[in-house]
Design a protein around this ligand. Sequence first.
Ligand code: PLP
Length: 365
Amino acid sequence: MRVYNFSPGPSALPLPVLERAAAEMTDANGSGQSVMEMSHRSKDYKPIIEKTESLLRELMGIPSNYKVLFLQGGASLQFSMIPLNLAAGDTPGQGKKVTYIDTGIWADKAAKEASKYAVVDVKASSKDKAYTYIPDAPAPSPGDAYYHITSNNTIVGTKWDKLPDTGAVPLVSDISSCILSEPLDVSKFGILYAGAQKNLGPAGTTVVIIREDLIGHAPSWVPVMLRYDTHAGEGSMYNTPPCYGIYMIGLVLEWVKNLGGVDAVAKLNREKAALFYDYLDSSKLFYSPVEKQFRSLMNIPFVTMADDDAKKTEQESRFVKEAAAAGLINLAGHRLVGGMRASIYNAMPIDGVKALIDFMNKFTA
Ligand SMILES: *Cc1c(COP(=O)(O)O)cnc(C)c1O
């Protein structure tokens, strides 16, 4: 029996995608080999990476002056590559000025890493209220190399409801946990990046969408593998790319297209999230700690109302355990924040959300 997997990542993949991958496991497309066994430079593999890129361009409406890169190292490596390529100086430690907005644990990590290579100004933070809201976005400083936000905050369950106006300063966003969840105007950004393991495919591939004029500014001391010009110049094939992950992303994108594209998926995501938030807002036991205006469609943390800490901890750990026994797995909140969290990415069917609500009703009774 397949479980409903509420993991924040790696997370559930659409069943039809897994079934298709299984059917093609030992003989992909009549090649007599698994995609895992193909040379990345072979005639069998070329159409696979090309299809993945063209589907992503089509579904996200990526303008032609942007490159799509398939890299490794996770979203976390982008925390380093972005400042190294856009802001680092001729010697380490002499970087340009950049703005970061601190909306959660990933945003904070990104800013801390950037401060090794750039002069980081964290212009706003929602840490004062445990990151349960998105702060007003201040204007960038003139001459900033870029302005970094985290569009969807996976751990605390917030999202930017409108984009900051950064004028001529390139807006850079970590969209690891919301890529393809709602329409996004790519032309408003300088760089978008996402680890695949939340909404796109298996772990091991990072998608970077970068405006061409932002490529080629890394100082010469930046290692070859950490330079956008290296990867952009070779079509993500400077070295062996994460071949199988790129293939799986292609299957997921095909699935999204068959559902009707990002608009159709967004409609489903809004329905799923509304169902769950409405339930939380009317529950006598559970509630959402996040301000309504900033609630994520993808990651929904919730806690119990018990006023005694020991009781709360007991209730929450019992909830996570009993839910898992009922086939609703990975509902524990992030280790740094506790409580519970339901991650309901594109691949989570509405029946999964309904099953969770049924379970919560039983738990409450
Ligand atoms: C998961 C996540 C990361 C970390 O991704 P890795 O691929 O593990 O490096 C960074 N940012 C956000 C918003 C995430 O959700």
